[in-house]
Design a protein around this ligand. Structure first.
Ligand SMILES: Nc1ncnc2c1ncn2[C@@H]1O[C@H](COP(=O)(O)OP(=O)(O)OP(=O)(O)O)[C@@H](O)[C@H]1O
Length: 305
């Protein structure tokens, strides 16, 4: 599949602070790419680097196969963006705001404003001033503004930040429609896994400026394996017994009661017998599917927030 944006070995230092460390991403045409990471992980810095709003310390960025040239502003016509909360004139309506931005940006296509507002579901004839918009409407106007020049790619930084549940669903549906019906490629960021997983086709998980994992959601889901959970009287000795009796067994200790074993072949009976024969009480055995949250928690060894 064709890459529309490629980032290779991107590094960004602020004085001695390494905000991005050798980040590589491949954003494929016609798909939604989600950057997932905690606050401060480096998501905005990646987006700003692609947009020429900040300059990387080293690394390469390609837009439609051509190396990015920060002096050649035409390259950026390919992209529409919304970084941080969109700023609009509070006394103007959605249409009036977009008319102003279209004028400033030299956009002359006749129905550009109508089309953009229609896509995001805002009334073209409404006189409602921006000041009285809900957060969701503000965010949707921001997306419409990014769409005005009909870019192939949209870069949206935390587009669902601060929205109520209905607002989140609305933005999510707009993104899916843009991708499916208007063939846009979309790069979005979020610190909330459940939001990214519902829209993204591909995902990069960023932690402290590094890509911990880049993969398609399909592949991640298929890797979220089955596990068997053992609630036992002594996790420490249970773990020791597993180590001694099984080679390369994939397991984790959850807390002082539970061990999870990820297994391809069913070893439940033999593990149960091993534990009981060694004087360990097994209170409960259940087989479950690992959630995405658990999958990412394992990747970072952290609390998964
Ligand atoms: N202009 C700057 N000068 C110094 N440090 C910066 C600057 N911009 C960002 N940083 C630092 O770089 C790191 C990455 O910031 P970035 O904004 O890319 O993170 P983020 O993942 O987008 O998080 P958030 O969701 O909080 O914006 C943070 O530790 C931030 O404090």
């Amino acid at each position: 599949m064709e890459n529309i944006i490629k980032v290779k070995g991107l590094t960004k230092k602020y004085n001695n602070f390494l905000a991005l460390d050798n980040v590589s991403l491949e954003i494929k045409k016609g798909r939604i790419y989600g950057i997932l990471g905690r606050n401060g992980a480096g998501k905005t810095t990646i987006m700003k680097s692609i947009l020429g709003l900040t300059f990387p310390t080293s690394g390469e960025i390609y837009i439609k196969g051509a190396p990015i040239d920060y002096k050649d502003k035409k390259q950026f016509f390919t992209i529409g963006s919304m970084i941080e909360t969109p700023a609009f004139y509070s006394n103007l309506s959605a249409r009036e705001n977009l008319e102003l931005f279209a004028l400033i940006r030299g956009i002359t296509q006749k129905n550009a404003i109508e089309k953009a507002l229609d896509i995001v579901g805002l009334e073209i004839n409404s006189n409602k001033p921006f000041a009285s918009f809900s957060m969701g409407m503000k965010q949707r106007l921001g997306i419409a503004n990014a769409l005005l020049h009909e870019p192939e790619v949209l870069i949206l930084d935390e587009p669902t930040n601060g929205l109520d549940p209905m607002g989140i669903v609305e933005v999510r549906n707009i993104l899916i429609d843009l991708c499916r019906d208007f063939s846009k490629t979309i790069l979005i960021s979020s610190h909330i896994l459940s939001e990214i997983e519902k829209v993204a086709d591909d995902i990069a998980f960023i932690e402290k400026g590094r890509v911990v994992e880049e993969s398609s959601m399909e592949s991640i889901r298929s890797r979220c394996g089955k596990y068997t959970s053992y609630v036992v009287s002594d996790v420490y000795n249970s773990a020791r017994l597993l180590e001694e009796n099984y080679e390369n067994l994939n397991y984790i200790v959850i807390d002082n009661k539970e061990i999870r074993v990820f297994e391809l072949n069913d070893k439940t009976n033999s593990i149960n017998r091993l534990l009981i024969n060694n004087g360990i009480d097994v209170f409960q055995i259940t087989t479950q599917n690992e959630s995405l949250e658990e999958y990412f928690k394992k990747l970072t060894g952290g609390d998964g927030k």
